[in-house]
Design a protein around this ligand. Sequence first.
Ligand SMILES: Nc1ncnc2c1ncn2[C@@H]1O[C@H](COP(=O)(O)OP(=O)(O)OP(=O)(O)O)[C@@H](O)[C@H]1O
Length: 295
Amino acid sequence: MKLVIKNLTKTYKNGVKAIDNLSIEIGTGMFGLLGPNGAGKSSLMRTIATLQSPDSGSITFGDINVLEDNMSLRKILGYLPQSFGVYPKMSAEDLLDYFATLKGVSNKEERKTIVREVLEITNLYDVRRKHVAGYSGGMKQRFGIAQLLLNNPKLIIVDEPTAGLDPAERHKFLNVLREVGSNCTIIFSTHIVEDVKELCNEMAVLNGGKILKHTTPQKATKELDGTIWTKVIDKENLEENMKLYNVLSRNFNPDNTLNIRVHALEKPSEEFIASEPQLDDVYFIALKQDEPALV
Ligand SMILES: Nc1ncnc2c1ncn2[C@@H]1O[C@H](COP(=O)(O)OP(=O)(O)OP(=O)(O)O)[C@@H](O)[C@H]1O
């Protein structure tokens, strides 16, 4: 099923336009929504999840007119907000059983089956009797996925789920999403480029409430072939290099020198070395092109 968003605009009461005439189509699979803090990711996700109304525009998912028929969407929606709040002192198994009851699974045996299934998918079966309140950050996020899977959703929205997870937990979490994502639409927001690279078959860069680029990770990096260059510089020379070249990013080396990455159609000068394009480059180029020109 396809999610189709047309001319969506959302302005908050304080006057901030968080979504600005945004249009996009998202098909089945893992879709990564990449953007810096304040880009409008959560605003877009909350609007799709029917938790807030836009000023104007339309959203459809398959045959469902999302803005006019909230309930039909909610039945097939799984949503994991940025922070899920405080968990009661209940075991994961009991809490999921309770959530399943709330979601309308009234038959006890049916609940038992679905709860076991979602615990297994999220790798929490062995710790099902532990209190969710005592889970690690990564386990809590996987529990978040377990709860949203209870109604077998066709559209899953997860808002920055890897923020604050250590590398091992992040890896486990992404594996769970990968497994879940094969036959539904998952929209996954993040400011970690690596998440999108590892997980998503499609992606968009969002900033200022607008889609700056909609592409696939493979296509986007291929487009940059032959245009990314690196050079080692002394940190004192950064400003000068920033003036001369289109510097996308810089990293410190152990000897306190800097490695700069530059975008240019031709080799900018002799000292530069050609470099393989990375998804980070795609992200920084999209954001830079959106910057107002410096006067
Ligand atoms: N309830 C609200 N009332 C007023 N302004 C808001 C509200 N929610 C978000 N904003 C503003 O809207 C803009 C977009 O915020 P949003 O949270 O959607 O961005 P985001 O990309 O999810 O950022 P983050 O990664 O920091 O969560 C920001 O300028 C933010 O301050």
